[in-house]
Unconditional design. Structure first.
Length: 401
């Protein structure tokens, strides 16, 4: 499929900021064909170029993913000449993504009022710890703080231990996803409904809060505070991890009435659904530990493969806890092309997760991995802004680009 047939072909995005929330938002838009021009500080670039696990040669294995499908230019936003170039870039863009602390772009003459004046159709995605308004707006806010304030950390982990972090930067990623959603909604309003550009304002903590289910009304109306419950949800049974013979664990979720009947028969106890302790969803929830112990007694005597084969044959949802190795070897992953191998000029072939969601007519694609720092300077400054090579060289010498 050519770039012209990508669903966001023709949409130009200027990505400012660094690390995760802004760059992941840019990655999502780039995956579906938007031209994403990533603005990076000269010399150093986005710190993501150095984050994550490294190869022996020092190359980050995170940058090829977060930087994929983007064009990299270098630009010093802290000097007037750089700010003037940034305004010219914004004048040609549909969307600008940034995740600086609120007020930073305003100090540089690149705030919403200044940029919308030169481009009334511009959509400005602003991701920050606490949003652009409110008493906390000026606080530094990383994703882990947003996860705590949004309520996720309080419900994660075992009840007898301090609240752990999730093993990925989920707060930043959620904010980026909502930022991309907001950008597309604003784009639709501008282009279909005849509207103007606008600001998409996302606080990391509120992106986390949006996923917190019914925790707010539960407390407000009943006084119930949902807390850490380990591997189970209280009142939802059976749905847990169960030990296999080799010491590994298998997930089994058989909490619906019909599924539980199939599970009971599969483990040799078809009488369980007729027992008053297990006959209904509420009863199973009230006797959760007893039921889990009974299922664990069955799984503990079997291999993971035998457990899964039995559950799948009975139509009971079950699965193993996957690692990257499992993902690379799994036939479902292969059939769905969930992992794609991309050629990197320095690393060679590198695998990474494919585009989500999949569109049947105009799918996204990983077209190239994260580019070299400033790789597209000549294209953007020369072809797009019309700056002659000699002037580009002078700007480089002055540290502007």
């Amino acid at each position: 499929m050519t770039t012209a047939t990508r669903p966001l072909a023709g949409v130009r995005v200027i990505e400012m900021g660094s690390l995760l929330a802004g760059p992941f938002c840019g990655q999502l838009l780039a995956d579906f064909g938007a031209e994403v021009i990533k603005v990076e500080p000269p010399g150093s670039g986005d710190p993501m170029r150095d984050w994550g696990q490294h190869r022996k040669d020092g190359r980050s294995l995170w940058w090829p993913v977060i930087g994929r499908n983007k064009k990299s230019i270098t630009l010093n936003l802290r000097v007037p000449e750089g700010q003037a170039l940034a305004r010219r870039l914004a004048a040609s863009a549909d969307i600008l993504v940034e995740n600086f602390r609120p007020g930073t772009l305003e100090r540089w003459g690149l705030g919403w009022d200044q940029l919308s004046a030169v481009n009334p159709g511009l959509i400005m995605v602003r991701v920050s710890g606490y949003g652009q308004t409110g008493p906390y707006r000026q606080r530094a806010g990383f994703g882990v703080i947003g996860e705590a304030m949004g309520g996720l950390r309080h419900v994660t982990g075992d009840p007898d231990r301090p609240p752990p972090r999730v093993g990925i930067s989920i707060g930043d990623s959620l904010a980026a996803i909502f930022g991309a959603l907001g950008a597309l909604v604003a784009l639709h309003h501008r282009d279909v409904n005849g509207g103007r550009g606008q600001v998409v304002d996302v606080g990391i903590y509120e992106a986390v809060l949006a996923l917190m289910e019914s925790t707010i009304p539960e407390y407000a109306l009943t006084g119930y505070v949902r807390s850490r419950t380990g591997a189970v949800l209280p009142g939802v049974a059976p749905s847990n991890i169960y030990p296999a013979r080799d010491g590994s664990y298998v997930l089994i979720a058989g909490n619906a009435d019909t599924v539980f009947r199939r599970l009971a028969a599969a483990v040799g106890h078809p009488e369980w659904p007729d027992d008053p302790r297990f006959a209904t969803h509420q009863a199973r929830g009230a006797h959760q530990q007893e039921l889990d112990d009974r299922i664990a007694a069955w799984t503990r005597e079997r291999s993971p493969e035998e457990i899964l084969a039995t559950m799948h044959a009975a139509g009971v949802p079950a699965g193993k806890v996957y690692t990257a190795k499992d993902m690379l070897e799994d036939p479902q992953y292969a059939a769905r092309e969930n992992i794609v191998w991309v050629e990197d000029p320095e690393l060679g072939p590198i695998p990474m997760q494919n585009v989500v969601p999949r569109l049947t007519a105009t799918p996204g694609a990983v077209r190239w991995p994260g580019p070299a720092l400033g790789q597209h300077n000549a294209e953007i400054y020369g072809d797009l802004l019309g700056i002659a090579p000699a002037e580009q060289a002078a700007l480089r010498e002055r540290g502007v680009i």
